[in-house]
Design a protein around this ligand. Structure first.
Ligand SMILES: Cc1cc2nc3c(=O)[nH]c(=O)nc-3n(C[C@H](O)[C@H](O)[C@H](O)COP(=O)(O)OP(=O)(O)OC[C@H]3O[C@@H](n4cnc5c(N)ncnc54)[C@H](O)[C@@H]3O)c2cc1C
Length: 433
């Protein structure tokens, strides 16, 4: 494990300051990337605050391979990917507060943090929000039945298994086919558990295609699309579930019920960006992504506050988190030095037919070195194109064999693409084009 400055150093006040040029909230891949880039781009002082006792965020529990294919052209495990960024950050003069939770952020960028040494208020010239996201729970989806033990969110089960060393069950049904659910189906199978079914309400999986192949098909784990868990059985401990086929309006179809006995149900039913702090500070959020509204510098609508990673929108791969974090970190540094372009001629982005959302929400035409456009489609499209336009002018087209909602699409934009534009930038799916 990489050595970095220990909490005790900060508690003794040797390093801790009351004012920093850039404060990064969250020490996952987004926060590490942003902190590193802020320092590289001239921020006088950078502080990363992390509530866990180690840096790395969710990557620490993702012990499977599949990280870093874009960034490092290598297939790394989550901890290996995190380790690279921890070493980058450790090599710089960047302060780190571990075991410390930010409990408030004010409009004028005062960061209130609680840790082993008590409560501190730190003034930041610029703040980067990098708090990641949390899992939806049984309550959030109104799971039917009593509340027996044996119902876990998939990420919690992953942490219990991969970090704390507990096996959470022997006979498992997984609800939701998001990536965490798929990865956990394989993980449980590798531990000798019988994974009886993955149940998905949508007619398509919400996980990456490679995870369907590598985590379900390779282990003969059945995926029930357009099905729900209509009841969880058991009072003290889960004893089984009933699943039902559902129609296009999510109504259960009579006579399609199936019973599975099991002692464990894992929920992989969605992630929610952790934006409570952003809301307290008055950062406006986007209804579809549940993350901040940002421009191409990753600045939110609250001046001097930037956002990147899963707190901005839920990502499929960490490489895109890193790409975004670079833009946020660099521009936070420029802001702290009064150098961020204050150009007002921004162009909005707007999703059109087939596209659920586009980020950033606004493009500053003189600041084109962003991470490009990130978008997700709203359904599965085969042999179709994504067309990015401004009015009648087509800026980019990307043909894809298949587009699915679970996979983010990244379209780079350059200054030459943007100059002289006056109309909104839109993205749409073009069929048979
Ligand atoms: C099960 C699973 C499998 C995955 N598999 C892959 C894969 O194979 N390949 C791939 O590329 N990607 C994968 N990903 C996606 C990738 O791991 C995430 O996109 C990435 O980790 C998100 O980074 P982040 O920094 O935004 O969030 P996180 O990693 O969640 O980090 C956020 C950090 O902020 C801290 N924090 C939150 N609130 C506060 C606060 N108030 N004060 C202080 N600290 C705070 C948290 O403790 C956390 O450490 C997977 C994700 C999961 C969950």
């Amino acid at each position: 494990m990489q050595e970095y400055k220990q909490m005790s150093e900060y508690n003794e006040g040797q390093i801790y300051k009351e004012h920093y040029s850039v404060v990064v909230i969250g020490g996952g891949p987004a926060g590490l990337g942003a902190g590193f880039e802020a320092k590289k781009n001239g921020a006088d002082s950078v502080l990363i605050i992390e509530r866990d006792i180690v840096l790395g965020g969710i990557l620490n529990q993702c012990i499977h391979a599949g990280f870093g294919l874009h960034e490092f052209k290598q297939e790394l495990t989550g901890p290996e990917y995190a380790e690279r960024f921890i070493s980058f950050v450790s090599a710089e003069d960047i302060d780190i507060m571990l075991n410390s939770t930010v409990i408030n952020l004010s409009e004028d960028r005062k960061v209130t943090v609680v840790g082993p040494s008590g409560l501190k208020i730190i003034q930041a010239d610029a703040v980067v929000l990098a708090m990641g996201c949390r899992e939806r729970t049984a309550g959030a989806i109104a799971l039917k039945g009593y509340r027996p033990s044996g119902v876990f969110s998939a990420g919690m089960a992953q942490r219990l298994m991969n970090i704390d060393g507990y096996c959470v069950g022997k006979e498992v049904v997984i609800y939701g086919s998001g990536d965490i659910g798929l990865i956990m189906a394989r993980r449980m199978a590798l531990e000798g558990a019988k994974v009886k079914a993955v149940v998905e309400i949508m007619p398509f999986s919400s996980g990456l295609r490679r995870n369907i192949a590598q985590c379900l098909e390779d282990y003969d784990i059945p995926l029930y699309l357009s099905h729900n868990i209509s009841a969880v059985h058991g009072k003290d401990r889960v004893t089984g579930v009933t699943i039902s086929q559902i129609d296009s309006s999510f109504k259960e179809i009579e006579g399609t019920q199936k019973e599975f006995s099991c002692d464990t149900v894992l929920l992989s039913v969605g992630l929610i960006p952790e934006n409570e702090l952003s809301l307290k500070a008055g950062v406006p959020l986007n209804k579809i992504t549940s993350g901040a509204i940002v421009d191409s510098t990753m600045q939110t609508e609250l001046e001097g506050v930037f956002a990147c990673g899963n707190v901005l929108h839920v990502h499929d791969i960490v490489d895109f988190v890193t790409r975004e974090s670079r833009v946020a970190g660099k521009n936070a540094a420029l802001f702290s030095k009064g150098l961020l372009n204050k150009q007002k001629s921004e162009i909005k982005t707007a999703p059109k037919k087939g596209v659920r959302y586009i980020l950033p929400n606004k493009i500053l035409t003189q600041n084109p070195d962003g991470a490009g456009l990130f978008m997700r489609v709203d359904a599965i499209y085969n042999n179709a194109k994504i067309r990015v336009s401004s009015g009648d002018k087509v800026l980019k087209e990307k043909r894809m064999k298949q587009m699915i909602p679970s996979e983010m699409i990244n379209i780079p934009l350059k200054f030459d693409d943007l100059k002289d534009l006056t109309e909104d930038i839109t993205a749409e799916v073009v069929l048979n084009g």
